[in-house]
Design a protein around this ligand. Structure first.
Ligand code: NAP
Length: 276
């Protein structure tokens, strides 16, 4: 389904969207977005680029009338000063993953937080405390989503970890010290790329932590069953899926550009079609 539209409907009126990041070859955004475009029968097309210079890339997209883009690693923070306006959540998270060219104005949004909220929605009332591994944009979005809950932040780089922990009133624990303690927390979240296809290290969460918690949320969605998820299943924990986060953030980005609101069932069937 995603390929057919490229041959049959692309013309001079086609509205253009893309992913900007580096690397991008692993990304599922192009097939998911093109499948959504096809589902809604829109004359749109979604591409992917890995520019060296983000500012020049944005100027180029604006010049040739792109409608919008998703922004991924390493540009999620660098895009901020290039936007004319950002929403309130972006100001808190300080990272953007979706842009929209609204006429001459470039608007910035963060839909990762929508993905996180959707992934956690069934359990949020049962989560009193959490531990997050990572201190990048995804960890920051999680901290905003779980603001006012108690927690622990574990990060490889101490300065970055301590800074984020302090900002959200969390306890900082270094990655090397983490196996020495067993905290009493409800939810463990992996907000690092560890566990992703192609990574050499498969998990950084101590097994003792998994045994003690109730919920495990791995933001990594490729593979959908990571080593961390395998361990969580082995110890009979509730697993919160990175795939649900990915599909929900993609749906929100799509609705930013099109005003259509794909529900999770549509997204899931697209995911099954692409990954099977
Ligand atoms: P980021 O800003 O680059 O932050 C990455 C974080 O992971 C940093 O804190 C980094 O620690 C840590 N890290 C990286 N490699 C590590 C390693 N080998 N061992 C230990 N820690 C390591 O990235 P991000 O935007 O926050 O995204 C993080 C991950 O979340 C992504 O790779 C992706 O898997 C996932 N994600 C998923 C979705 C979804 O929709 N499911 C959306 C966004 C992100 P240092 O500070 O020490 O460098």
């Amino acid at each position: 389904m995603p390929n057919e539209i490229l041959y049959t409907s692309v013309n001079a009126q086609t509205k253009l969207l893309c992913l900007l990041g580096n690397p991008i070859s692993h990304s599922f955004s192009p097939p998911v977005m093109n499948a959504l475009i096809s589902f809604y029968n829109l004359n749109f097309c979604y591409l992917a680029f890995a520019p060296n210079d983000l500012k020049k890339a944005i100027e180029g997209l604006k010049e040739i009338n792109f409608l919008g883009a998703n922004i991924t690693i390493p540009f999620k923070e660098n895009i901020l000063p290039l936007c004319d306006s950002v929403d309130q959540l972006v100001e808190e998270i300080k990272a953007i993953n979706t842009i929209w060219f609204d006429g001459e104005k470039l608007q910035g949004y963060n839909t990762d937080i929508d993905g996180i909220r959707s992934a956690l929605t069934d359990y949020i009332d049962q989560i009193g405390s959490y531990a997050v591994f990572g201190a990048g944009g995804a960890a920051r979005a999680l901290c905003v989503a779980l603001k006012n809950k108690n927690g622990i932040l574990v990060n490889r780089t101490e300065a970055k970890g301590k800074k984020l922990a302090e900002e959200f009133g969390l306890e900082y624990i270094s990655l090397t010290d983490s196996p020495k303690i067993v905290p009493d927390i409800d939810l463990i979240v992996n907000a690092t790329p560890v566990g992703m296809a192609g990574q050499t290290v498969s998990t950084i969460v101590p097994t003792s932590w998994i045994k003690k918690c109730t919920f495990v949320f791995d933001m990594v969605y490729n593979p959908s069953v990571t080593k961390l998820v395998e361990q969580a299943i082995e110890y009979h924990k509730n697993v919160i899926s990175g795939v649900k986060m990915f599909l929900s953030q993609a749906a929100k980005a799509f609705s930013t550009w099109t005003s259509l609101e794909p529900d999770l069932e549509i997204m899931r069937s697209i995911w099954r079609e692409i990954t099977n």
